[in-house]
Design a protein around this ligand. Structure first.
Ligand code: COA
Length: 143
């Protein structure tokens, strides 16, 4: 089941999955988490939060049109490759289509590029490095 969650609820999975436990949960917040228009989705299985994704308004580099950026996309290790990530992104896309948003984009980890391609995101940058995290591509989908 997917429902909207608070930014704080995302911290444990962000810490465990996206920062490999090296950054404590209480340090896993982003300033964009609480901007006007920001929202966070959680996927629950048996009342346990096992998937997260966060969304905030941010134009793409080089394009001023209204866009949302996806951040903090993570699924608990035991639940990966079961379609949960895909359901979270598809759910968000339906919400954003009703908000007159033109694009959803993200800095996708190179290791997750194939996941986004499966959902019809296209790459729009060369590969680049984010310090302490690794190689990424900018990817987007037109809504
Ligand atoms: C990347 C991640 C969010 C994907 O979520 P998920 O629930 O495991 O993915 P899904 O099961 O919904 O996969 C959707 C599709 O992508 C494919 N896919 C997912 N991850 C993949 C990978 N690393 N390599 C190749 N294909 C992948 C699946 O096979 C599936 O294809 P299908 O629709 O043909 O069956 C999740 O694996 C994760 O949290 N990984 C670690 C953190 C991370 O990299 N987050 C993204 C940061 S940008």
């Amino acid at each position: 089941m997917i429902q909207e969650i608070s930014s704080e609820q995302t911290y444990p999975l962000r810490s465990e999955i996206l920062r490999w436990g090296q950054v404590p949960p209480e340090k896993c917040g982003n300033p964009e988490d609480i901007l006007d228009g920001s929202f966070h989705l959680g996927y629950f299985e048996n009342n346990k939060l096992v998937g997260i994704a966060s969304f905030h308004i941010e134009p793409m580099p080089d394009n001023p049109n209204k866009a949302y950026r996806l951040r903090g996309m993570a699924v608990a290790k035991s639940h990966q490759n079961k379609g949960i990530g895909k359901k979270l992104v598809q759910y968000a896309i339906e919400l954003l289509k009703n908000k007159n948003v033109e694009y959803l984009w993200c800095n996708a980890r190179t290791s997750a590029k194939y996941f986004y391609e499966k959902m019809n995101f296209e790459t729009f940058s060369e590969e680049f490095e984010i310090p302490n995290i690794g190689p990424h591509y900018r990817m987007r989908i037109k809504l």
